[in-house]
Structure formats: structure tokens, C-alpha cells
Design a protein around this ligand. Structure first.
Ligand SMILES: Cc1cc2nc3c(=O)[nH]c(=O)nc-3n(C[C@H](O)[C@H](O)[C@H](O)COP(=O)(O)OP(=O)(O)OC[C@H]3O[C@@H](n4cnc5c(N)ncnc54)[C@H](O)[C@@H]3O)c2cc1C
Length: 404
């Protein structure tokens, strides 16, 4: 393991840091959380800026338009963008972090040429149509069907929790192409243009008050056969490729963000009067909680660096994505609880309340509500534990329950 940064990695860091310092002050104000067209424009505008500056697709291979950065440079990229409080990947999440990388590995030359440059430039937004009302953790039970008719598939079914579907141009869609095959074997991975007739998007409201997800209804939707990624009925394997990207990188940038939030919690506690005199920061239990969670976050960052160092040396990290996701998402929720404790009554409002906690409550409350979903999205904590038990620790597989 080698945790030092090389000369070229240091140069990469300094170049990026200066570009961020110049660029971030020139960005327009962030749009309201529920104004999705404005959010799309803001997120794709940021992506375009990164493209023009040569920072788009930092982890994508150079042959496919990315930066071809080493794992350590990718880490430096996440560290610097989070420290500079650069915009989050946002609406570009699915395209950049998993649909694009899946096409790099599994797509045809024609698919790569058509879709990848547009994702990198921020021209197209993608969403993920995997989950269904009766197929979440047990994704292989999905029922949306695709029946081949000439050079099209005719798709019928329902998808749910499709993040950002209301502003997406394309959807990575899992469908059942062979209803008679064992459930993992009859699935295919399709590119669905969201403007196709028969696609209906119904936004669902979250606890955060935003319509981040939608339900998709697919009614005789005709998808060209050329939009099949991988072979027909081999979609489960392609979906595992997608998951390897989704679970591997999704939360890493947020570790740095957590450090910023903990520092903010400490700063609010230092300036908030305690009921019996002094400030909230005089409470040793609170300081201990901040200290413990800060140590957690530093430990997780060290784990990421260890994994990156092992991956760069050609090894498969033992404490991989599932360990990280499990621990990070739980720590992140504890940070939210601590923020609520410090905010007191202002933890009840998602808009800034002048006077209480210095008017800094809004984004902390929004953040807390958002983190409630972290232990569910991209595979629940229980599923991560199953993966670890069965694949890393070699414990027996969980029993298959049959209903009577
Ligand atoms: C913020 C967020 C964004 C999302 N975005 C998308 C998206 O863009 N596209 C998409 O397709 N999906 C998306 N999802 C859906 C997500 O993938 C599912 O919510 C998740 O896989 C869990 O499925 P479920 O909600 O159906 O819960 P269920 O699978 O019904 O699980 C219910 C409970 O049972 C537990 N459980 C289930 N099976 C087992 C088992 N075998 N052993 C032990 N416990 C078990 C689970 O851990 C959970 O606690 C998103 C979810 C969230 C929260």
C-alpha cells in the first residue's frame, strides 16, 4: 500500500484547485430544490464547464473521451471538488456514474459513439429504470416485459423510484425478454429514449418535499432492437456491471462533505447559547459525539485511500464497496441526528429561520432528511450485509423462502 501522492498527482491537484477557485465564484445561484428544469440546466451547465476545462469523465478511459485519470487522481478530484463545495454531479448522476461506464464496457461502437460524448458534454440526462413495485431488493423478479416485433421491442410494465425521470432524455431499462427462463436469465438491458410514445412519468413526492423520483408507466413502448446493450437475455450480467460502478463511487465525494457538515455543527454549537448559560459547545457529550463522528469520517476516508491504493496495485480490495456503503450511510444518518440536536427548534423547518442557529438550519435539515434514504438507495443495508456475509466472509447463503 502506498498512500503518498506522486509529483504528477500533486500537479493535477494544484491545476484543479486553481480552476475551481476561479470558476466557482462565477456560477449562478443554485436553483430551488423542486424546480427540476432549472436544476437540470444548472447541473448540465456545470458538466459543460467541466467538459470545456478538460475535467469531464475523470474516471472514464481517455479512448472514450474521459480523462483516463489514475484511481489516485480520481480521489484527488473528489477531494478537491468537495473541499471547494463545487456543484454535485446532480442530474448527470446516472449518465456519468453508471450508464456511461456501462456503455464503455458493454455497448457497441455505434452506441458508444452516439451516447458517450453527449453525456460528457452535459447534453443528455439519463435515469435508471431498474426497480419495480414488486422488485426492489429482489430485482431479478422484475416483470416489465419486452416482446420482440421485427426490429423493435414492445415494452409494457411499471417502474418506480426512477430518480430524475422527469428531466431525463434516456433511461437504462431492465426488461424481461424471456418469461420462461429462470428469473436471472430472461432479463435484458435496453436504452429507452424517454420521449418515446407510451412512456408516462408521474412524479412522487419525497419526505424532503421534492419530487425527486417518479413512477414510470410503459404502455406498448416501441424500443429499437439496436438499443439492446449486451446480448438478449444477458441483462442481469450487464446490470451487475452497472452496479459495480454505482456502488463503487456513488458516495465517495460525500465523505468530504460530511467533514464540512461536522465543522458546521461545531461552529453552530459554539455560537448557540445553552439554556443554563455558556454555549452548547460546553457540553462534553456533544463534543465527544462530534469527535467520534469526525473520527469515523476520517477512518472511512483512510479506507477509501487504502482501497484505491490496492486497486491501483492490481489487487481487489478486501473491504470493498459494501463495507464502505454500510458504515458511511449509517454514520451519515448519525451526523444528521447530531445536526438536529444542535439546531433545536429550527430543526423543524427546511427553510432558513433568521435568529435561530444563525439562519443556517435550512440546508442541514434538508441534508438530514435526504440521508434517511442512503441506507436504502443502491441496495439496502440488509442487502449489503448479505453480500458481505456470503461473498466476503464465505458464510452460507440465506435460505430461499417459499410462500405457501
Ligand atoms: C434515494 C433513492 C433513489 C433511488 N433511485 C432509484 C432509481 O433511480 N432507479 C431505480 O430503479 N431504483 C431506485 N431506487 C430504488 C432502490 O433501489 C430500492 O428502494 C431498493 O433496492 C430497495 O427496494 P424496495 O424499496 O423495494 O425495498 P424492499 O426490497 O421491499 O425491502 C424492504 C425491506 O426488506 C429488507 N429486505 C429485503 N430483502 C431482504 C433480504 N433478502 N434479507 C434481509 N432483508 C431484506 C430490505 O433491506 C428493506 O429493509 C432508489 C431508492 C432511493 C431510496
Amino acid at each position: 500500500m502506498d498512500l503518498r501522492f506522486s509529483q504528477s498527482e500533486q500537479e493535477f491537484r494544484h491545476g484543479l484547485r486553481s480552476w475551481l477557485a476561479e470558476t466557482i465564484p462565477t456560477l449562478p445561484p443554485r436553483p430551488h430544490r423542486d424546480d427540476w428544469p432549472a436544476r437540470r440546466a444548472y447541473d448540465t451547465g456545470w458538466q459543460r464547464g467541466m467538459f470545456d476545462a478538460g475535467y469531464a469523465g475523470v474516471d472514464w478511459p481517455a479512448a472514450h473521451g474521459g480523462l483516463g485519470a489514475t484511481p489516485t487522481e480520481q480521489l484527488v478530484f473528489l477531494e478537491e471538488t468537495a473541499a471547494a463545495r463545487a456543484p454535485y454531479v446532480g442530474a448527470n448522476f446516472v449518465g456519468l456514474l453508471h450508464a456511461g461506464p456501462t456503455l464503455v464496457v458493454e455497448g457497441t461502437d455505434a452506441q458508444r459513439a452516439r451516447y458517450l460524448p453527449r453525456i460528457l458534454r452535459g447534453d443528455d440526462v439519463w435515469c435508471q429504470g431498474f426497480s419495480e413495485p414488486d422488485a426492489g431488493s429482489d430485482l431479478a423478479s422484475l416483470r416489465t416485459t419486452a416482446v420482440r416485433e421485427g426490429d423493435h421491442y414492445v415494452v409494457n410494465g411499471r417502474k418506480v423510484w426512477t430518480s430524475m425521470a422527469q428531466v431525463a432524455d434516456y433511461c437504462e431499462l431492465l426488461v424481461r425478454t424471456d418469461p420462461d427462463a429462470p428469473k436471472h436469465r430472461g432479463i435484458s438491458w435496453l436504452i429507452l429514449p424517454m420521449s418515446t410514445p407510451g412512456v408516462q412519468v408521474r412524479p412522487l413526492r419525497t419526505a424532503g418535499g421534492s419530487s425527486e423520483f417518479s413512477e414510470l408507466t410503459l404502455d406498448d413502448v416501441r424500443v429499437p432492437v439496436e438499443n439492446l446493450v449486451g446480448a438478449e437475455n444477458d441483462g442481469w450480467r450487464v446490470a451487475m456491471v452497472t452496479f459495480s460502478f454505482e456502488r463503487g463511487t456513488a458516495f465517495i465525494g460525500e465523505v468530504i462533505d460530511s467533514r464540512n457538515i461536522l465543522a458546521e455543527i461545531a461552529s453552530i454549537a459554539r455560537s448557540t447559547p445553552a439554556p443554563r448559560g455558556g454555549t452548547l459547545w460546553d457540553d462534553a457529550a456533544l463534543r465527544r459525539d462530534v469527535g467520534r463522528l469526525t473520527a469515523d469520517v476520517h477512518g472511512l476516508w483512510a479506507l477509501i485511500r487504502k482501497n484505491v491504493s490496492e486497486a491501483a496495485a492490481g489487487m481487489i480490495p478486501v473491504q470493498g464497496a459494501s463495507v464502505f456503503k454500510l458504515r458511511f450511510t449509517e454514520s451519515r444518518q448519525k451526523i444528521g441526528d447530531l445536526a438536529a440536536h444542535v439546531l433545536g427548534r429550527s430543526a423543524l423547518a427546511m427553510s432558513d429561520l433568521p435568529g435561530l442557529a444563525g439562519g443556517r438550519n435550512g440546508h442541514l435539515v434538508e441534508d438530514r432528511v435526504t440521508t434517511l434514504a442512503y441506507t436504502i438507495a443502491a441496495g439496502t443495508s440488509q442487502i449489503q450485509k448479505n453480500i458481505l456475509a456470503e461473498r466476503s466472509l464465505g458464510l452460507p447463503k440465506e435460505p430461499r423462502w417459499t410462500s405457501r
